[in-house]
Design a binder for this molecule. Structure first.
Ligand SMILES: [Zn+2]
Length: 64
């Protein structure tokens, strides 16, 4: 089943976080401004790279 994944990014590190997703999962994520109504998360919305509050959420799906 396809599974939705996401990582958050601040303005400064959006490119770094996208590159990490491309490297780790071989997918190009969808970029949405954060907060976004369609994304529900239980983890804190902080930049994957620096831990500051997020400006964007990057989502993608993986087949598992
Ligand atoms: Zn950051």
């Amino acid at each position: 089943m396809p599974e939705s994944s996401y990582r958050f990014a601040c303005e400064a590190h959006m490119d770094v976080v996208i590159d990490g997703i491309v490297d780790d999962f071989a997918v190009a994520p969808t970029i949405l401004p954060w907060p976004d109504q369609t994304v529900r998360t239980e983890s804190p919305a902080v930049c994957h790279w620096c831990g500051k509050s997020a400006d964007y959420v990057l989502t993608w799906t993986t087949d598992s």
